[in-house]
Write a protein that binds this ligand. Structure first.
Ligand code: ATP
Ligand code: MG
Length: 420
């Protein structure tokens, strides 16, 4: 392993590709910011019980994927594997739910850590943008979140994604289904680990990716047949609102998702260009989570979209993001005097809000022009001793190749005018 290699399962974001990550975070959060969601930031680690209780003792995340550590003071902490439990904890700590303004709508963006088997689209450090709407049971809220995620992906230019939708029932009907499923599963030919899963979290067995397991599940009892009337009506309303908004979805009764705390609406965004790591985002309603972590009853709904996989999906679809060139003007001084003068012009341009850069390090014309080209700047400013003696700088349009002398005192204003 080279000295400079990032840890296994992680990678660095470096220019120019890193610009896509910023653009994706911006595009995903923009619809949220326009819809009443406020920004929240929580620590990168929490007490380990928060996730054990709030994600669920039977989930892969808690049993296999969590990075846990004991501090020098003896506290048991975990690097956050997901955002929902932390955001709910923080909302409870700050009493946001008592401000009398429900739902509490929050969005976040950050790094998450899971000890997984690294592969394309699956990393040990990854980034998500997420949204949570806390304290209200209203199918319009579930629909809102799905519509906003759809809007975010579309604004990026993504087209080959699909929305999978299901209802997991609630504390009335889910236990009945759970038992029916368990007795069905117990009669199947399954390995020891899966048999254990039947007892702890039988719904997860439906999610098993192995073909020999899936084959045996064809006649498994369907959650849909067990939904109580309230859950059915709720789900129909979510579906109707999505349809009215023109958002297409697929009913997927096998969709159970990894987290224990989901109730009723559950959904996933999958992209068809990503191979087996196809989920670019997912979420659902988690009416019981607050009580599970010791809070009051606060029915809530949320999602998290994976930034890494969204970037991979854009690349798979060949979508070129409309990223503005990071630099509009590049200044190339020839000689000491010109260096001082052009550095002054660059400072002036930047203060006027024009993205400008400078050939640092006193390089020759050829090398500096190469950097100007690479910067993507629309214009270069070149000045040598003779130009300064005449009180001008050479302004070159990098697209047309045209060059003209502009009075030094007017250079900044002229550029501002041309760049509109
Ligand atoms: P998967 O089934 O792929 O393991 P998940 O159900 O564990 O996904 P969530 O906990 O719902 O994923 O997280 C939401 C999103 O975060 C996922 O849809 C995915 O885009 C992204 N994500 C989750 N785990 C990883 C990872 N290890 N590396 C990169 N992105 C991830
Ligand atoms: Mg996972």
């Amino acid at each position: 392993m080279s000295t400079f290699q990032a840890p296994k399962g992680t990678y660095d974001l470096t220019p120019p590709r890193s610009a896509k990550f910023l653009a994706v975070r911006e595009a995903i959060s923009a619809p949220l910011r326009d819809s009443g969601y406020g920004y929240i930031e929580t620590p990168g680690f929490e007490n380990v019980e928060l996730f054990a209780r709030g994600v669920g003792e039977s989930t892969d995340i808690v049993t296999k994927e969590m990075y846990t550590l004991t501090t020098k003071g003896g506290d048991q902490l975990a690097l956050r594997p997901e955002g929902t439990a932390s955001v709910l904890r923080a909302a409870l700590e700050a009493n946001l739910h008592k401000a009398g303004n429900l739902p509490v709508k929050l969005w976040y963006s950050g790094s998450y850590y899971r000890y997984e088997r690294p592969q394309a689209g699956r990393y040990r450090h990854f980034s998500q943008v997420g949204a949570e709407a806390i304290g209200t049971e209203d199918p319009a809220l579930d629909a809102e979140l799905i519509i906003l995620a759809d809007q975010a992906y579309r604004s990026l230019g993504l087209r080959q994604f699909r929305i999978l939708l299901n209802s997991l029932g609630d504390k009335e009907c889910r236990p009945v289904y759970r038992e029916a499923l368990q007795s069905f599963l117990r009669d199947l030919d399954l390995d020891e680990e899966t048999r254990r899963r039947i007892e702890i979290n039988p719904l997860r067995v439906l999610d098993d990716k192995r073909a020999d397991v899936q084959k045996q599940l064809t006649d498994a009892p369907k959650l849909r047949d067990y939904l109580c009337d309230a859950c059915k009506a709720y789900h129909e309303e979510v579906r109707a609102l999505l349809t009215a908004a023109g958002v297409a979805f697929e009913d997927d009764e096998k969709l159970v998702r990894g987290l224990d705390y989901y109730t009723r609406t559950t959904f996933e965004f999958v992209h068809d260009g990503l191979g087996s790591q196809s989920a670019v985002g997912g979420g659902g309603r988690y009416d019981g989570l607050s009580e599970m972590i010791g809070g009051p009853e606060l029915p809530s709904v949320g999602w998290a979209l994976g930034v890494d996989r969204t970037v991979l999906a854009l690349e798979a679809e060949g979508v070129e993001l409309d990223l503005p060139a990071p630099t509009s003007v590049y200044a190339v001084p020839l000689g000491e005097e010109a260096r001082r003068v052009l550095f002054g012009v660059v400072t002036e341009l930047r203060r006027a809000g024009i993205a400008a850069d400078f050939a640092f390090g006193g390089r020759g014309l050829k090398g500096a022009m190469k950097s100007a080209n690479r910067s993507g700047a629309r214009y270069t400013l070149v000045a040598g001793e003779r130009d300064l003696a005449e009180g001008v700088v050479q302004l070159k349009d990098m697209e047309s190749g045209e060059q003209s002398a502009v009075p030094l005192a007017e250079a900044a204003a002229e550029l501002a005018k041309r760049l509109g």
